[in-house]
Ligand binder design. Sequence first.
Ligand SMILES: Cc1cc2nc3c(=O)[nH]c(=O)nc-3n(C[C@H](O)[C@H](O)[C@H](O)COP(=O)(O)OP(=O)(O)OC[C@H]3O[C@@H](n4cnc5c(N)ncnc54)[C@H](O)[C@@H]3O)c2cc1C
Length: 423
Amino acid sequence: GGGHAAIVGAGIAGAACARQLALRGWQVTVLDTASHPAAGASALPAGIFAPHTSSDDSPLSRITRAGQRCSLQCLQQLLQAGQDWEMTGVLERRQLATPPDETAALSDSPAAVPTRRSAHERPPAWKDALAAPAADWSEEASAATLEVLGLPADTPALWHPRGGWLRPAALVQALLDHPGIHFVGDAQVQALDALKTAEGQPLWSLSDGQGQQWAQADLVVLCAGPQSASIRINGQSLAAAQALQTIRGQVSWGRYAEGQAPAAHQPVNGHGSWVPYFRIGQDADAAWVMGSSFERGQSALPPSAEDAATAHAGNGAKLQTLLPEGHRPDAQAFARAQHWAQLRCASTDRLPLVGPLLPTQALQALHTLPEGLASPWVATAMGSRGLTWALLCAELLAARLHAEPLPLPNPLALALASDRYCK
Ligand SMILES: Cc1cc2nc3c(=O)[nH]c(=O)nc-3n(C[C@H](O)[C@H](O)[C@H](O)COP(=O)(O)OP(=O)(O)OC[C@H]3O[C@@H](n4cnc5c(N)ncnc54)[C@H](O)[C@@H]3O)c2cc1C
């Protein structure tokens, strides 16, 4: 610590990394193309955090639980419950009848797809005493829970009591609010170049690639979502960048008329995800949000009117599969809804990328890196689970940088390692 770190991207991943580094004594500059923080996917009106489950308690499930532990600690510490987030519990409806291909195309949770038959199941091992604490995080939904949402008592569903909704932009603001962190907007970083100061000290220069330098730093962390792949490092693009995919997503959302907000605030996940209640900023209007489309390889923003209409209709159709009439906005209210679109960034194996972009020796060979200058680091590819993953990834990044004990077991940390694509 004690040096100067520059972070590219002021979404939830960049803000979480900035916070973890500032807590360890770094002076942190956070740069973003936009004039304000949380202008990308993290501008999502509200999203869901909940653990993933699988019958074999897969690495994905365990990483997601570890992530939620981190997120909850942070939310409880930094944000006002009921205003910017709420641990309402989340109902997850099972869709085991859905053929795998269709699920892959439509699910909000692509990471849940590989073992479709086992996804959303609780592992039998949880019956053992040692695993018992994990069992408390995801249980069979009770008849009483289902009844509140208007669903029959025999609906196959899990209940995640520690899940809830969050306004990510509020979290980003709170994370950046630290004396060691300085936000610089309107600063699109296109190039990282290694240079030496007059005193011979090696540094990274962050610039627009056309002569406008935004910052110099000892350490660079790329948190720019899909754009991370296009930033040139000493004039070259890097191998790990090829693992990044863009998946456009659109939600439909609307405000409740005064006094019309529902009493039940529990989000419902399944074929789409439904947040029945959140508050919009300081004016505290209540709103709902229904997501979302899953448009692979699409990166146009804003979407065409046709694409927006298709996504909106898709969101409406999914909502009908989640909840019965009377427990969701009617067709008229849904038709009046607003549209919001942004780009998710995912890796080919659906797990985040956290760590140095390349082992330093490899980078030195490739790019004639001056001695003493570390590879740029990365924390991105949060996919559709940034609210559950970003804080854990930031803890992991800082722990690795500082040779601290890791916040999750080594095999899980390795599953997230950014150089897994460079071998
Ligand atoms: C429709 C939709 C619904 C979603 N629902 C959920 C949900 O319910 N639960 C959940 O957990 N997740 C959800 N997600 C995913 C979640 O929003 C993301 O995982 C998360 O916000 C990603 O955060 P990030 O910081 O990695 O990226 P972003 O928030 O996209 O931040 C990247 C930042 O980098 C900046 N940037 C880009 N290029 C440059 C550059 N060259 N120089 C400087 N700055 C740059 C951008 O302006 C942006 O601010 C959803 C996403 C979408 C699109």
